[in-house]
Write a new protein. Structure first.
Ligand code: HEC
Length: 203
């Protein structure tokens, strides 16, 4: 192979790599994979994915009393789905979102007020969009995550209150402006944030 042919081959290779759409990249690198018995293989490298937000002591009912134990949840997403969201304001197929729960601790080391996150993981849940359908999984070991079958309150709450495509983008500060820009906010969420219009007075 002479030098010109080699240069052509290399530049063609770069073109092929660069032309991959986010969805194609997802299926190569960070798409969901399943075990032979139908469970999901948990993406245990999710700490190298994109960080979206942390909630502290989130509760969906008005607080009755001070919570007896305090917890953080941290949300991550696979990089190819995140890149796709940056361009479109919504999630492509092969999106995996991870909710990691950790106890909030105080006092630890030099910290005297406020809270830091525990080393041990208290819970790991996944929200996966595959072949157009969203499913929840509970990570039960490093090698297996079990499907949470419908009906379950997970599906009801996410479908009725989440801002984009059944995910809680209203709490992910880097994503909410993009969904607003691209008009991908769900009608359920828009109804919740829009005050009811006053009845028109007859003239
Ligand atoms: C009453 C409402 C409600 C219910 C029920 C609920 N969630 Fe969520 N979920 C939320 C909220 C709010 C967030 C945003 C968390 C944050 O901002 O840290 C969230 C975020 C998540 C995420 C991160 C990705 C996303 O979709 O935004 C996962 C994964 C998740 N929940 C799994 C579950 C599972 C599994 C269940 C059922 C066992 C469940 N949830 C039940 C309200 C709910």
């Amino acid at each position: 192979m002479n030098v010109i042919k080699l240069a052509l081959a290399v530049s063609t290779l770069f073109l092929i790599i660069q032309s991959g759409t986010p969805v194609e990249q997802a299926s190569i690198s960070d798409a969901p994979t399943y075990t032979s018995d139908g469970n999901l293989v948990p993406p245990m490298q999710y700490r190298q994915w994109i960080y979206l937000s942390s909630g502290l002591d989130m509760s969906y009912t008005p607080p009755q009393s001070t919570p007896s134990h305090s917890a953080f949840d941290n949300v991550f997403v696979n990089p190819s789905a995140y890149r796709s969201f940056l361009a479109t304001g919504t999630w492509p197929d092969k999106t995996t979102l991870v909710l990691e729960r950790r106890a909030a601790e105080n006092p630890v080391s030099i910290n005297k007020s406020g809270h830091t996150q525990a080393v041990g993981i208290a819970g790991l849940e996944l929200h996966v969009k595959d072949r157009g359908t969203w499913s929840f999984y509970n990570v039960t070991s490093e090698t297996s995550a079990k499907l949470i079958p419908r009906p379950a309150d997970c599906y009801t709450c996410h479908e009725q209150h989440a801002a984009v495509d059944t995910t809680f983008v209203q709490f992910y500060p880097t994503l909410l402006p993009l969904a607003t820009r691209d008009h991908t906010l769900s009608s359920a969420y828009l109804r919740e944030i829009t005050p009811p219009t006053a009845p028109q007075s007859a003239k």
